[in-house]
Design a protein around this ligand. Structure first.
Ligand code: AMP
Length: 210
């Protein structure tokens, strides 16, 4: 099954995608995580995108589409994949349609106020990328990842100016994809406000997995 996870930053796409990987046995492809890994490794791609990402703006379509196209040519995506954070513009969606066929688009719906609350308390593992929250999803030991023991940090783009910018960018450039995919009959809506266990149940119901 080829899936897209759509929704504003902080909607819980990454957290749910990590769970869906276990449920469906297909890989999660997060363009944001690929960019962050490139920044950490100081590759040419990382150096090119760091300032853009830190400000909460979007990386250009050409670079992002080329990255996803290459990733989707890899063997582990043959049985399906979850695109987490891609496409983010209509141009990206149109490019994607030329090299892969999407089965469903899951729209994680959440108001801005809840996004701000989530992003300002988010912590991410430096090592494996797992997400935590200082109130809603605490690690067992403060500052340490439950799964790999890595150090937790605050993403540069989770600072308040960058959060505002990312929300603006989402509403202007990414939210139009909701209608775009609804008109194609591919969209399923999931209320992203409840706790992650509830969102997971709603996700399974929406996809007919239970
Ligand atoms: P995310 O982890 O999905 O919140 O992405 C973090 C940042 O990476 C975004 O704010 C953008 O700067 C960049 N990014 C991730 N995915 C895309 C995309 N599909 N198109 C453009 N920029 C992206």
């Amino acid at each position: 099954m080829n899936l897209i996870f759509l929704g504003p930053p902080g909607a819980g796409k990454g957290t749910l995608a990590a769970r869906a990987v276990e449920i469906l046995g297909i890989p999660q492809i997060s363009t944001g995580a690929i960019f962050r890994a490139a920044i950490a490794a100081k590759t040419p791609l990382g150096l090119k995108v760091k300032a853009i990402i830190d400000e909460g703006k979007l990386v250009d379509d050409e670079t992002t589409v080329a990255l996803v196209r290459e990733r989707l040519s890899q063997e582990d995506t043959k049985k399906g994949y979850i695109l987490d954070g891609f496409p983010r513009t209509i141009a990206q969606a149109e490019a994607l349609a030329t090299f892969s066929k999407i089965d469903k688009v899951v729209n994680f719906d959440i108001p801005d106020a809840a996004v701000i609350e989530r992003l300002s308390g988010r912590r991410v593992c430096k090592n494996c990328g797992a997400n935590y929250h200082v109130l809603f999803q605490k690690p067992k030991k403060e500052g340490i990842c439950d799964s790999c023991g890595g150090e937790l940090y605050i993403r540069d783009d989770d600072r308040s100016e960058a959060i505002q910018k990312r929300l603006e960018v989402y509403r202007a450039q990414t939210a139009p994809l909701i209608e775009y995919y609804r008109q194609k009959g591919l969209l399923v809506d999931v209320d992203a406000r409840p706790a992650v266990e509830v969102v997971e149940e709603n996700f399974k119901k929406a996809l007919g997995l239970r």
